[in-house]
Design a protein around this ligand. Sequence first.
Ligand code: MF3
Ligand code: CO
Ligand code: CO
Length: 250
Amino acid sequence: MIRIKSPSEIKKMKAAGKLAAEVLQYIQEYVIVGQNTGEIDRLCHEFIVNNGAIPAPLNYHGFPKSICTSVNNIVCHGIPDPEQVLQDGDIINVDVTVILDGYHGDTSKTYMIGDVKESTKLLVERTENAMMRGIQAIKPNSFLYEVGKSIEKYVNKFGYSIVRDYGGHGIGKDFHEDPHVYHFYTPANRIRLKPGMVFTVEPMIIEGDFEVITSQTDGWTVTTKDNSLTAQFEHTVLVTPKGYEILTKV
Ligand code: MF3
Ligand code: CO
Ligand code: CO
């Protein structure tokens, strides 16, 4: 069941979305060569709590940290670790979800560390473009599958793959609500968009093959099967009477 948010709920989701976006802005200057992902987690945790919110990932189905940090061939759900130090040429997705006044805001971006090679820059830029293409397909009475269709059409041009095992999601009082948002075309998303729906668009794009593996060791870390690079961007988006509004903006 897809929940339609009321005007008062939308107001709270805008505040949660803004705070989540502010976390990504705040952390930017610390996401540098020599930094460890444990410290990035600690700084984000502190910022979120100081702003009266709760980091949603912490203890979510047993997740041990407050944000996800996914480096290079890690697709998503990377666990911050003080022993994991960022190197020149790395890319890292920082995924932040806050709960403010009972409502979630979920956003992520991929940062480039130091001197990144040209093909990697292109992967990151095109992944952000892919997210925006998906978001721009959102309007009332359209089908949700237009989001995935737009992403797929754009990404296929470059020979990249789209992760199939993870997608976007409705969001509100709960972290993950209906609907599941596929980042490729599927009739499973033949759902009519209505004003007041709120969901994330968060494509994970791989330079190589689409297949992914979940760590048997920690039960969370998802990597590309062929160990190729992967990038992701995420926004929380509201369907409006005229189109859409990105809620995770500063
Ligand atoms: N923020 C992720 C998403 O975009 C979910 C992370 S769940 C966690 O849906 F438990 F790994 F934190
Ligand atoms: Co997220
Ligand atoms: Co999400």
